[in-house]
Design a protein around this ligand. Sequence first.
Ligand code: BV8
Ligand code: ZN
Length: 235
Amino acid sequence: MTVFSGAGISAESGVPTFRDVETGLWAEVDPYEISSADGWRSHPDRVWAWYLWRHHMMGAVAPNNAHRAVAAWEDYADVHVVTQNVDNLHERAGSKQVYHVHGSLFEFHCDRCGAAYLGEVPAMPEPVESVDPPRCVCGGLIRPNVVWFGEALPDRAWQQSVDAVINADVVVVVGTSSVVYPAAGLPELAVASGTPVIEVNPEPTPLTSTATVSLREKAGAALPGLLQRLPALIG
Ligand code: BV8
Ligand code: ZN
C-alpha cells in the first residue's frame, strides 16, 4: 500500500493546513510567498521566524487517528508513506517508511555551503514576525530542510516515492488539495498505470474525477476503518 498525504491528514491534530488562513501573526501572510525561494532571498528573517514557529508548534501537537491508522496498516501490508508534510506526525505515529517530498521542519542546513546544521535550534517563547537565522561557520544563513516554491524536490525522496507509487497495489491519497507539482503528479501516475486510487478529502479536488473512488470524509474518521472497506471500494 502507498499512502500519499498532505496537510489535511494533520488538520485534526490542530496543525493549520497550508491553505487555512493562518491565525494571528501570519493571518495576512501569503503562504506561497513565505514558502518560496524568492521569499527567503528577500527577507530570510521573516521566513526563518515562520519556520521556527512551525517547528516549535509541532512539539505541542500529536498524531491523530489517521496517522495512527496508517501506522497500524503495517501489521497487514507493506506500507510506504509519501508525504508533502514537513511535520513528523507520521513517524511519531509509528510509520517506518516515510518519504518527505517537500522536506522537513526538523533538519537544517547552510544555504551557502550546504553543511548540515547540528547546532541548537533557537527558542521561540512567543511568535514574532522577524528573527535573524543562525549563521554557519562559513558565514552562510541556516535554513530549514524544506522544499520552497521554485526549488527542486530531494532526489532520494522523489525516487523512493515514484517507486512506491509504481509498485503499489493500492494508493490512498489523503488530505491534499492536489495542486502542487510535481508531487501532485504521483497519484496521476497511479491512475495512469491502472492502480486503484482512493481519495479521502472532505472537499473535491482535481484528482476526484479520475480517482477510483473519492470519499468525502475526514481522514480521522475514514482511515481507521478503511482497510475493512477496501474490497467493497475497489472490488
Ligand atoms: C518546482 C514545503 C522546479 C514548505 C511546499 C504553475 C502551474 C503549475 C505548477 C507551477 C506553476 N507555477 C509554479 C509551479 C510549480 C510549483 C507549483 O506546483 N505551484 C502550484 C501552487 C501551482 N511547484 C514548485 O515550485 C515545486 N518545485 O516545481 O521546482 C524546479 C525543478 C528543478 C530545479 C529547480 C526548480 C516545489 C513545491 C513544494 C513547495 N513546498 N511545502 C512548507 O510546507 O512550508 S508545498 C505546500 O503546499 C505544502 O507543504 C503542501 O505540500 C502543498 C500542498 O498543500 P496540501 O498539503 O495539499 O495542503 P492544502 O492546504 O493545499 O490542502 C489541504 C487539503 O486537506 C484540502 O484539500 C482540504 O480539503 C483537506 N482537508 C482539510 N481537513 C481535512 C482534509 N482532508 C482530510 N481530513 C481532514 N480533516
Ligand atoms: Zn556554510
